[in-house]
Design a binder for this molecule. Structure first.
Ligand SMILES: Nc1ncnc2c1ncn2[C@@H]1O[C@H](COP(=O)(O)OP(=O)(O)O)[C@@H](O)[C@H]1O
Ligand SMILES: [Mg+2]
Length: 291
């Protein structure tokens, strides 16, 4: 393993707004050579962080998107016994040569690809909390030692270059202590208004200030509504702004008039279930009658 990147530092990118503490965490994880575990609400830029770090440091990105059915072993390799059996029955395609070599039936997983890459890569293990609780523990050794053993071929696979590992979690499940101990942890706080302005600016440069101010006010009003099931996040604000612009919604539709508070146009971009929409409508109704 090399130390070629001892001095590399992540400073954000032109597409991604990274707060000071986030940059510090990324660089801490690089220095410690530990995975960076990133938690935060959905839509706060966890996945995008790994993509942008790879981009900024000019490293290839390997992504492993975890589902509820994903097993740790799939990240290492899978032995395709079914194909081998089928090939052995079809027999002499190439004189049965292919069947004899077990290597032909070992399918490399994302971790293996990351370990065998010619250069250091960024490895994203996305949404680790989707898998069952054994999953993180099953990967402890591989992530710690950066090696694993292939029993079928009796090979030890060792990383040529230790990948920069990013692990994201939406906090649907607690992660085991032994796993946490090996990570550097960062929680992406929901962006404050100033940071959010910078993020919007990245996506919609030159957006009219009045429109932005009005849209942000509505957005934070919706977000701060007590009892909401699902708070809208950054990506929802961006979607909503995109629609407001595409539909040419006038500023006046967002601003509260003296005598009427209205449900904002295209609210379906922000609120994703009927209970939340009803809650919001009730609030609007009450405000109107309290004036
Ligand atoms: N800090 C940020 N800078 C720029 N865009 C951001 C930022 N955070 C979120 N976004 C936007 O929100 C979208 C959702 O981010 P994503 O990484 O998918 O969130 P998560 O993985 O946390 O659910 C991104 O595609 C991007 O457009
Ligand atoms: Mg994500």
């Amino acid at each position: 393993m090399t130390h070629q990147n001892e001095t590399m530092k992540f400073k954000g990118t032109k597409n991604y707004v990274a707060t000071q503490d986030l940059m510090l965490s990324v660089n801490a994880a690089i220095t410690l050579k530990r995975p960076l575990l990133i938690k935060g609400e959905p839509g706060t830029g966890k996945t995008m962080l790994a993509e942008e770090v790879a981009d900024a440091l000019n490293m290839p990105l390997l992504q492993w998107h975890i589902k509820s059915t994903t097993k740790a072993q799939q990240g290492l390799y899978e032995y395709d016994a079914v194909s081998r059996l089928r090939d052995s029955q079809l027999a002499d395609v190439d004189g049965g040569e292919r069947v004899k070599n077990i290597h032909n039936y070992i399918v490399k997983g994302v971790l293996w690809q990351a370990f065998s890459a010619q250069e250091q890569v960024v490895l994203l293990i996305d949404e680790i909390d989707k898998a069952d609780i054994e999953f993180p523990n099953d990967l402890l050794r591989e992530i710690d030692r950066m090696e694993f053993y292939v029993y079928e071929t009796r090979e030890l696979i060792q990383a040529r270059h230790r990948p920069l590992v990013f692990i994201t979690s939406n906090n649907e499940k607690e992660l085991p202590d032994a796993f946490l101990r090996r990570c550097f942890f960062h929680y992406i706080k929901f962006p404050d208004a100033q940071t959010m302005k910078s993020i919007v600016d990245v996506h919609f440069p030159g957006l009219k200030q009045e429109l932005l101010t009005a849209a942000m006010k509505t957005f934070y009003d919706v977000r701060n509504l007590p009892g909401l099931k699902k708070k809208p996040s950054t990506s929802e604000l961006l979607d909503w702004l995109k629609l407001l612009l595409a539909e040419d919604i006038p500023l006046s539709a967002l601003q509260t008039q003296e005598d009427k508070v209205a449900v904002p146009p295209l609210v379906g971009a922000l609120l994703k279930n009927e209970q939340d929409v009803t809650l919001f409508e009730k609030l609007v109704f009450m405000q109107r009658h309290n004036r």
